[in-house]
Design a protein around this ligand. Structure first.
Ligand code: DOR
Ligand code: ZN
Ligand code: ZN
Length: 353
């Protein structure tokens, strides 16, 4: 048995309020616990986006007695949300800026608005960007101008890795994450997955994926996040499927499988899914919290065994090695051999001072 610290996923879409048919606070945080995550951070791109103090407080109120893991929030960037930055500063872990089109209505393309956003955000807290390819150049240049602490979400291209390396060499404050689906699926899986393999950024080519693994090995990639973005089966099998795939319950088993194949070591998982996210986002300590995994168990991923409300996974039928056996949160056994236990023991968390 291997003991891991409670893992941290800084990029999760729990969908409540406004899209609870895809996921809600209960099912999403149960999925987190079952996936070995004791802390997750929720994104602001709900149908009613998290861009005011009120919408943030509404989210916090909705979680009452319903969350199974610790849960923190990110704030959404718009021209109008800038006015709330001082008010939410101690309540959120990061500001999310959407620089490309994806789920939700938070896209910011106007250079003047982007400037205002970067200028107004508080330098000691992270600005997370959804910035694919050319947008990433803009994000890096803005963060240079305003001394921002930039965190690049879901890198998926060799070119993005090159830009981030260059920025790190220039000693800019920049970190980046990669998502599980970009590490373990490629555009070659799209034929089989159809709409269920559609997400932003899209699945990488084999060549780009190789660059992602190399960037893990050379330390350019700082964190792994699931970018858990559930949509219903009906939506995903429609003619115009929305972007996003669930990932909370499949990422750790896939990473453990990579360990069994010699592509990673356990210390990499701890660094990428605990130590680095904790430091970058100022996440508070969780005493007496850990995850026990049996690295020798072979099994197959089936959606039917998952807690996520969307009840599908792009990894359906994939053989993995390494199973999560138990999760302990603040001394409470909250997951034992496939069962998340009631009552929920999670708390809303705020960044460390
Ligand atoms: O595929 C994605 N889905 N990419 C995003 O950036 C948003 C996410 C979602 O919220 O569905
Ligand atoms: Zn994104
Ligand atoms: Zn996302």
């Amino acid at each position: 048995m291997i003991k891991l610290p409670g893992l941290i996923d800084t990029h999760v879409h729990l969908r409540e309020p406004g899209a609870a048919q895809k996921e809600d606070f209960e099912t999403g945080t149960k999925a987190a616990i079952a996936g070995g995550y004791t802390t997750i951070l929720d994104m602001p791109n709900n149908p009613e986006p998290t861009v005011t103090l009120n919408t943030l407080e509404k989210k916090i109120t909705l979680t009452k007695s319903r969350i199974y893991c610790d849960l923190g929030f990110h704030f959404g960037a718009t021209l109008d949300s800038v006015a709330y930055f001082p008010k939410v500063k101690d309540k959120v872990f990061g500001l999310k800026v959407y620089m490309n089109h994806t789920t939700g209505g938070l896209l910011q393309e106007n250079p003047q608005v982007l400037k205002k956003i970067f200028e107004a955000w508080l330098n000691d807290r992270v600005i997370m960007v959804h910035a694919e390819g050319p947008s990433l150049e803009k994000a890096i240049s803005l963060s240079k101008q305003f001394n921002s602490k930039l965190h690049v979400c879901h890198v998926s291209l060799a070119e993005e890795i090159r830009l981030i390396k260059q920025a790190k060499d220039q000693r800019l404050s920049i970190t980046c994450e990669v998502s599980g689906h970009h590490l373990f699926l490629t555009d070659e899986d799209l034929g089989r997955l159809e709409g269920f393999g559609k997400m932003r950024p899209p699945l990488p080519s084999k060549k780009d994926q190789k660059a992602l693994w190399e960037a893990i090995a050379d330390g350019t990639i700082d964190t792994i996040a699931s970018d858990h973005a559930p949509h219903t089966k009906e939506e995903k099998s429609s003619n115009n499927p929305p972007n996003g795939v669930p990932g909370l319950e499949t990422t750790l088993p896939l990473l453990l499988t990579a360990v069994s194949e010699g592509r990673l070591i356990i210390d990499d998982i701890i660094r990428l899914c605990h130590t680095n996210p904790k430091r970058i986002f100022n996440i508070p300590d969780q005493p007496d919290t850990y995850v026990e995994v049996d690295p020798t168990i072979r099994y197959t991923l089936y959606a039917i065994r998952l807690y996520t409300k969307c009840s599908w996974t792009p990894f359906e039928g994939m053989k993995v090695i390494g199973k999560i056996k138990r999760v302990v949160l603040r001394g409470n056994l909250v997951y034992d051999n496939g069962q998340v236990s009631d009552p929920p023991k999670g708390q809303v968390i705020y960044p460390k001072k």
